[in-house]
Ligand binder design. Structure first.
Ligand SMILES: *Cc1c(COP(=O)(O)O)cnc(C)c1O
Length: 377
């Protein structure tokens, strides 16, 4: 019985640090689980978060399962074996690799390390939102330029804005999310070379594993370049949370000062290592995803809609206006289909759908047809 214990009154709220109090409550992503709870769904056709519908490598699953009894151990805080394998893959040294619990984690470290409170980061309006979330969360300012209407990054606008504002960090993804467009390597170089010496480039290559390496920036290490990749997309391990950065030894050491040393769980390291060794599986996924994109192109054409040619595991279908695209996304959700859409003009006229299995694609097409049949033209 606690009857005799006197506790202070609940009293007033205790405030966070001022720069945190200044942030409005945000949720960068409403997850499909939340949508299921809100809509009373037992399941959703889950095509909204660019997760892989093709799962992880069976070899990764096997080795992770066999290691489960050792879950009582911490993982190697240096992720040594995984970093060694990644260094081999990318033709760099192990000292050039930092492993984190996904790109989202590495993004936070980059912002914390290189963006002093009150200084500016530059990105494209409507791109992958987690970067913005970290910038605001660590007390930085966000500057943006717009996408081009064709879904490509506006290299000239980014370079001009960077020269004007001298931001500490410039962010973009290549291949891009949400558009799926791929900036040719010479354009990436032109953008990088155009940045002022005050600016570091955070190059998000979450979807690099879906394109040929020779379409991307060659192996390259530079003090003003943080290049990041993930096991969440082509490798199908989003729930394991593991990604990595390639940069200079010095930048890796900078991350070493502030990263969570047991942040990458033991099984994720083991699974990622096994995935890297199963290149045949990745190539099969890449091929399945290519076929899936083509199915979506055909679907768009059959509806008289245009679309963005994608180099990633999703396709954006054009529904002319933000209002129309939002309506279609919401109507799809009512029918148990989880998709997302870009949040800012000029790309907010698109609905973005992740590549599902062949059966999921057929189901998506049927439900999209049903939605469109019921809407006024
Ligand atoms: C999915 C995605 C990420 C998230 O990667 P994690 O490694 O799962 O954190 C980062 N950037 C882009 C552009 C993405 O689409």
């Amino acid at each position: 019985m606690n009857a005799s214990i006197q506790l202070p009154d609940s009293g007033a709220e205790f405030l966070a640090a001022p720069h945190i109090e200044a942030i409005p409550l945000t949720t960068p992503f409403i997850g499909p689980e939340q949508l299921m709870r809100e809509g009373g769904f037992g399941s959703l056709l889950r095509l909204g978060a660019n997760e892989s519908s093709f799962g992880p490598s069976p070899r990764a699953v096997e080795v992770m399962a066999s290691e489960l009894p050792h879950l009582s151990w911490y993982g190697d805080p240096e992720s040594y074996d995984l970093r060694a394998a990644l260094a081999l893959k990318h033709g760099c040294g192990i000292e050039n690799i930092s492993v984190g619990s996904g790109i989202d984690d590495l993004m936070g470290l980059a912002v914390r390390a290189f963006l002093a409170p009150g200084s500016t980061a530059l990105t494209t309006r409507g791109t992958y939102p987690t970067f913005n979330y970290h910038v605001i969360g660590f007390g930085g300012n966000l500057a943006t330029v717009d996408y081009r209407r064709d879904g490509f990054l506006d290299v000239d606008a980014l370079v001009a804005k960077a020269r004007e504002l001298k931001p500490s960090i410039v962010y973009f993804a290549n291949p891009d999310n949400p558009s799926g467009t791929l900036l040719p390597r010479q354009e990436v170089v032109r953008l990088f070379e155009g940045l002022p010496p005050e600016s570091l480039l955070f190059l998000d290559e979450a979807y690099a594993d879906f394109v040929d390496e020779d379409g991307l920036l060659p192996p390259y290490v530079h003090g003003r370049l943080l290049r990041v990749r993930t096991f969440s997309k082509a490798y199908g391990m989003a729930g394991a949370r593991v990604g990595y950065m390639i940069s200079t030894k010095r930048n890796v050491e900078t991350f070493q000062k502030i990263r969570l040393h047991y942040g990458v769980n033991r099984n994720a390291q083991i699974g990622a290592l096994a995935s890297l060794a199963d290149e045949a599986f990745r190539l099969r996924v890449v091929d399945d995803v290519r076929r899936g994109r083509e199915d979506y192109y055909e679907l768009a054409k059959s509806l008289g809609r245009s679309y963005l040619e994608s180099c990633a595991n999703f396709v954006c279908i054009d529904f002319d206006t933000n209002e129309r695209a939002t309506l279609i996304m919401n109507e799809l959700l009512k029918r148990g289909v989880f998709v997302r859409k870009p949040g800012a003009a000029p790309l907010d006229r698109f609905v973005r759908v992740s590549v599902g299995t062949p059966a999921e694609r057929v189901e998506f097409a049927a439900r999209l047809h049903a939605v469109l049949a019921e809407l006024p033209a």
